[in-house]
Design a protein around this ligand. Structure first.
Ligand SMILES: [Mg+2]
Length: 276
């Protein structure tokens, strides 16, 4: 037999699945950084911004555990506390962290510039809008409430604590799909500001779009970003794009504000025979 025939999805995009911090809200993904650095500071083991950012995208208990097992942090923790952080220490740290995290989340719930328009336009096209996050439900609640006040209520929202494994496993995205009753992974686009969130989408078999400037990779508030000289913005953006490209994302954008033409292009690529 010389020819085989393959079945593939060539219809429109049916769902977008967004991460929250650094993607839809909290420009620079700063809320977790403020809380985590305060937590470690108060435990006598200050961590740098880069250290606090490295495990970003993970469920937060695991994020704290990952921080404690990073080379430099582990040594400093041992020097301060006599032995490496054990499970009981992580449990205690997580308890202590929760109110700190709730406090910084509450300050950074504004939808990122351009996001409301994009979400509205996508929904008008009949695309379902799901969300998932490394935050737990108590951390997500204030974000959902604030987003609703700004006119956005997602069709599905899943927390890493609600599946057996968070990112980079694809389970949150699968639950989003089930809740939104989406037919095929090829009809979904995962949008995220961290490599682990992109891996989640790739592991699910979805199209993926990384945001490089509004999120964890650049790590600046919108005000601080705008205050940079243009040349500095260009070089910082280029380096953030390069780094997010290494996550394997199909597309890398500055922020969700630039998403609409990419959705059109993905649909065109699928009509032309491509798969995620
Ligand atoms: Mg994020």
């Amino acid at each position: 037999m010389s020819f085989v025939y393959e079945r593939r999805y060539a219809g429109p995009i049916q769902a977008l699945i967004f991460d929250w911090a650094g993607t839809l809200v909290d420009y620079g993904s700063l809320a977790p950084i403020f809380a985590l650095r305060r937590l470690f500071e108060e435990n006598g083991v200050p961590v740098s911004v880069a250290e606090a950012r490295a495990p970003m995208g993970a469920e937060k208990w695991l994020h704290i555990q990952a921080l404690c097992s990073m080379d430099g942090v582990k040594q400093r923790w041992e020097a301060q506390h006599g032995s490496a952080a054990k499970k009981a220490d992580i449990d205690r740290l997580y308890e202590q962290y929760l109110p700190m995290q709730l406090e910084t989340i509450a300050e950074r719930t504004e939808l990122i510039g351009g996001v409301p328009t994009v979400l509205e336009n996508m929904r008008r096209q009949g695309i379902k809008l799901g969300t998932n996050t490394g935050y737990s439900r108590p951390m997500l609640e204030p974000i959902l409430a604030a987003a609703a006040q700004q006119g956005f209520v997602p069709d599905s929202s899943v927390c890493a604590t609600e599946v057996s494994r968070g990112r980079p496993y694809p389970f949150m995205s699968f639950r989003n799909m089930m809740e939104m009753e989406i037919e095929s992974v090829a009809a979904c686009v995962k949008v995220d500001d961290t490599a682990t969130g992109i891996e989640e989408g790739l592991n699910a078999g979805m199209w993926t779009v990384a945001v490089a400037v509004s999120g964890n990779e650049t790590g600046l508030s919108e005000e601080d970003w705008r205050a940079l000289r243009e040349a500095e913005q260009i070089s910082r953006a280029a380096s953030a794009h390069r780094s997010m490209q290494r996550s394997g994302a199909h597309y890398v954008l500055d922020s969700v504000a630039d998403l609409e033409p990419v959705i059109e292009e993905i649909e065109m690529r699928m009509r032309a025979g491509e798969r995620p």
